[in-house]
Design a protein around this ligand. Structure first.
Ligand code: SF4
Length: 84
């Protein structure tokens, strides 16, 4: 299963991802991008949004076959330095 992740620490809230694919990304109350859906994520729009991010804040990770952290950097995460 694949999942979209936006890194809050990296996102600058430029809005490019939402402008390209508003069915998967939305600028939230904090002015940063949030993933609003993980349905049909292997589309051209999603890939364009990922590639258009100026700070590479968006990742599409395979939650089963990847060493990459697939969480949203929540308080319980042990993968990120901030939470260790
Ligand atoms: S394109 Fe990247 S920097 Fe811009 S709002 Fe989306 S995630 Fe944030």
């Amino acid at each position: 299963m694949k999942k979209l992740i936006v890194n809050d620490d990296t996102c600058i809230g430029c809005g490019a991802c939402e402008a390209i694919d508003a069915s998967h990304f939305m600028i939230n109350e904090e002015g940063l991008s949030s993933v609003i859906s993980n349905e049909n994520i292997e589309t051209g729009e999603v890939m364009s949004a990922i590639n258009s991010c100026p700070v590479n804040a968006i990742k599409l990770v395979d939650t089963e076959n990847s060493d990459e952290c697939a969480c949203d950097n929540c308080e319980h995460c042990t993968h990120h330095e901030d939470n260790n």
